[in-house]
Write a protein of this length. Structure first.
Lengths: 236, 54
């Protein structure tokens, strides 16, 4: 982990006006809903993965396209260190937004005397954090292979493919096709519903292992792919 | 003696060494990811079979 690289990512993201506009709208709109609508509850604050996408899109691809990486790797910075710093930086930035939004949202809910129980709040916050780190890890993997914000496009295409497979499974009565579609969806949007996990009943270890498998696989493969990549000084 | 151009690298980098301190392979992370992937597949099959049996 390299604090300088993490700080550089924060500054890079803060300078991007479209990103900041999207982040601001997803930060403020749910809070406006909470301020005026009663009974919206924590469900209105399901924004962790959106923040992760806004801050993580093009996490490496944009540095490759702009030529930043070619200059950066002329310095004694290991590629693994760079990948981990980008992953952690984008995840931490999105996680901070989640926490800040939750804190304000909690205040607004308290004004309406609808503050959730501490346990529910902790499980919700934990689930949002896991969603953030998971989504950024998938973006990280695709970003090592695709230029610009091609990673975002790849996730959208994969998610649509997963949905299409599930639809096709219904048409062709092929359960294996439905399962393939579900697994694709699970891979591109890794998340864990902690409320379902700890809300009593049986814990699905498959869900838990699937989440951590996706995250570790994406981060490890991202490092390996970037290690093997030859960076061209021409436009990629 | 053929002239040399200081600082100019070979344009053909295919087959160049792709290793070194800045390209260290994350062996532990890869091993963990592999183990979790195997466990994921095993648990997926187990849960599927258990659902079919019940």
């Amino acid at each position: 982990m390299n604090p300088t690289l993490i700080l550089a990512l924060f500054q890079q993201r803060a300078r991007s006006l479209p990103r900041m506009a999207l982040v601001f709208s997803f930060f403020s709109l749910p809070l406006i809903v909470l301020a005026f609508a009663r009974g919206a509850g924590l469900a209105a604050l399901h924004t962790g993965q959106a923040f992760a996408v806004f801050l993580g899109a093009g996490i490496i691809g944009q540095d490759i396209s702009s030529g930043t990486l070619q200059l950066l790797f002329a310095r004694p910075v290991s590629r693994g260190e760079y990948v981990l710093s980008r992953w952690l930086g984008a995840s931490l930035a999105a996680a901070c937004l989640v926490v800040a939004q939750l804190a304000i949202g909690l205040g607004l809910m308290a004004l309406h005397r609808e503050a959730p129980a501490v346990r529910d709040l902790a499980l919700f916050a934990g689930g949002q954090m896991l969603g953030v780190f998971g989504t950024v890890s998938v973006l990280l993997l695709f970003s090592t292979m695709l230029p610009g914000i091609g990673d975002l496009l790849a996730i959208i295409v994969a998610a649509i493919t997963g949905q299409a497979l599930q639809l096709a499974a219904g048409l062709f009565r092929a359960p294996w096709l439905a399962r393939a579609g579900v697994e694709i969806g699970r891979f591109v949007a890794p998340a864990l519903d902690l409320n379902a996990l700890f809300g009593g009943g049986q814990i699905s270890w498959f869900d838990v292992v699937s989440y951590f498998s996706t995250v570790t696989l994406c981060v490890a493969l991202a490092i390996v792919i970037l290690n093997r990549r030859e960076l061209s000084y021409a436009t990629d | 003696m053929p002239p040399t151009d200081a600082g100019a690298g070979s344009p053909n980098v295919s087959g160049a060494r792709r290793s070194g301190p800045t390209r260290a392979t994350p062996v532990l992370l890869l091993a963990l990811a592999g183990a979790l992937l195997v466990l994921r597949v095993a648990l997926g099959i187990y849960e599927h079979v258990r659902r079919l049996a019940s």
